[in-house]
Design a protein around this ligand. Sequence first.
Ligand code: ADP
Length: 594
Amino acid sequence: MIEKKLKKYFGYSNFRPLQKEVITHVLSGRDALVVMPTGGGKSLLFQLPALMRDGVTIVISPLISLMKDQVDSLTANGIQATMFNSSIDTQKLRQREVASLHGEYKLIYLAPERLANPHVRTWLGKLNITSFAIDEAHCISQWGHDFRPDYRNLKLFRKDFPQIPIIALTASATASVQSDIIRELELHNHKTFVSSFYRDNLHITVTSKSGANAKILRLIKNCDGESCIVYCFSRKETEELSEFLNVHDIPANAYHAGLSPEDRHEVQDAFVRDEITVVTATVAFGMGIDKPDVRLVIHKTFPKTIEGYYQEIGRAGRDGLPAEVVMLYSAGDKVKLDFFLQQMEDSQRRISEETKIKEVMDYAQSRICRWKWMTAYFGQIGLEDCEQCDVCKSVKDTEDATEIVQKILSCVIKTGNAFGKGHIIKVLRGSREKGILQREHHNLSVHGIAKQYSAQQIGEYFTHLIALGFVAKGTTEYDTYRITARGAEFLNKREIIELPKIKNEIAKASLTKGATIKDKDYDVEIFQKLRELRREIADENGVPAFMVFGDVSLRAMAREMPTTLDEFVCIPGVGSKKLQDYGQQFTRLLSEMR
Ligand code: ADP
């Protein structure tokens, strides 16, 4: 039954991991918190249930542009949806209100600030609401990286509509942010679903920054005109790089906070409509776009936090097709960031930002599988080496690490399972800093027992221990670690452990040659023709190309060459509305190409 609706409305034959479990849970009428990475397919989790029930689902979303994209793509799939936000004039809002009271919508998108208005609450009270979906739910938490005071209005849902189930969704939430969301929204009888942070279609490389522009050019050329984003340090850098790319015949534009809102909008629009292939941007870019077919994300500069980095690289390959992610690393960038930090007056904030930057350094310099490192950072254990990142691809030796692992675990225990990685490292290296002396940690037997290792090296071993599940983060907002049952077992049973040899050097990976993107199992010429047709249709209808069909669908068409409507409906992404709207045009083109 739900599979039928999935094909009819969205054109997909299978669920992605966790989707079916969450949808079945939601349909049982209970609350849910879903933590799923970008591109995991969160929207379907409330859109599909909305179609299975009488009444309307209210969706809270913080960004107008994302709301618009979602409403447009639902409409393209023949689903009645609308939105209420500050970009809509009063008359239209009134019309939509009336239509909603007649039950004309299955989904209504609402900006969180609208809930402060008593009129809006009265209106909501008159609707037949089946559920509330809270997108970007981490915005409700002060511990999250994107706190939005308007999200506090959502407390009203539980108060005004105690019986209506809530589904909260986010792409990143630490344990403390998760408990904050549950508390603030008063989720009850709920279930938390956390899907893996590992995105197996993203191939990560960290490499040195020397010859940056030439490297960037080569990577972009490998993408054959598909979409790329390059994150830069400054406005000036974004402009210089886009000029450099233009000189090499690559349609690129800069995007940064110094542009007027109109100019920014124009760049974003041109990118979404495939008029430019590359955006050179400061981190401000990407929040409001949902482009599924970005094939390459480069960091020409050092990201300031792992959370931000994860979000930025998450903009690549949302359609599940292979994409490249490259960080160009230089110690010089760290110096620039240090300078920036020194200017900060708020010392509390400076320390917190410094810690975050150190984590990024640790990531860049580490010789642990990039995905293993990243998933361990987010508290996920047990990931096998990805075999696709620069570290996995370079030759790895292992060594007996039993002794150092025992020392680290003992130190975690002796300091009371209550400290962060930095403190543990200092104790092991015999530091006599104030923080150590005050707590009398210089008197512990573990003080100074790993002096021969650098802080960086111990840090890497520590990351392995997180990935192995020997230690885990506590649930406070501070990043403290405690030993787990598995870690205790390792010590008690005096197990032996081999780990990859830790070197103390920056990754010197050579760039992958975009092989993953280049391995094409479909006819490239036909694919390009299909892209042209898609672009024409999109321009006629004034929508982004990917809303007509995503690259997954076009590649399948170029591979399978469907020439009848019966064959065409088997292509992923072709539901009944799109079959009706575009089936003829695409099958005609494909018949001509046979
Ligand atoms: P998120 O909100 O988690 O970032 P989206 O809901 O935007 O992810 O989905 C990402 C992409 O995956 C979209 O292009 C969407 O159409 C596609 N998608 C979602 N579910 C499926 C599925 N079951 N099969 C194939 N593609 C899917």
